[in-house]
Design a protein around this ligand. Sequence first.
Ligand SMILES: [Zn+2]
Length: 310
Amino acid sequence: MAKQAVRFSKKKRTQYRFQKLKMCKKCNRYSVLNDENCPKCASEFVGIESLVKSIFKNRLLTESIWILIIVCMGIVAAPTVETLYYSLIAGVIFVISYVLLTSIFMKSEYFIQLKKLLRVDFKKIQAGIQFDSDLAKEDVKQDQLAPAYEKLREIGDFMDNDQVKIRRVMVLNEIALRSDMELELEELIPSSYDKDFVKYALEVLKINRTLITKKCIAYFIHYRDAVVIDFGMDSLISVAGTALRMKLYILEFSGFIEEFLDYFPKERLLRLCNIVHANPDVEWGSLEEKTKRLVAMKYHYDPDFKRFVS
Ligand SMILES: [Zn+2]
């Protein structure tokens, strides 16, 4: 089946994960999606931060009213004018110090309130994300892959688990990937071998090598047997070829690279020679020897390799 050509909207980034949470006060439902309005009742979502702030304000108001009531009771119960003044002064001092202390501890109070809300509403948040996830499922059923992926991306940003990762990867595998897309790879690495993930990673490798990071190469090495069974030896050779991207990677994966040295296309081997040649002080180990031997054997006539042949 032909892959779908889509365009993703730009990802919204937040400093903390919890900032993605919002709530529809009418449905009493949480969501982590990008929508401004609730898809069920169309009312505007309220961000978790405003939610915490309003809870905080209400608490402050209730406490202030209590202080005021106590001061008033003191005034009413005062037997003489003198004690009335005393209770009035005490009341004013108390209110001022209360306001002062609250403003000093505002930030920590805010986080205490936030933690409390997240704890109390944990089940509700879970149910909300389940609802978001069902919406994504519905999009997939309708073949609306871009909105489905964007929903799963928001959910995945909020919670880090294999199930969401694999669902994202499965949608991505139905899409024609392009280098101008804001793709992710390292964030999608699952905790065990997954064929869909490897399929996606190999597709990414073709369009944007810079996304194949250390963690990703390590994943391929760890599950190399399964990768070879499902995708053939060429896939491992390509991954080893991407490890030549950086000096640090070459050092880290020198054994892995050495294994596939004979199979690299000329351009990759040339890159390796250039890096090794430019860094004579680095301890390259047996990789350097084997590379030299290979060049002498296979490319000794090639002018591109001339400066590496001694
Ligand atoms: Zn609603």
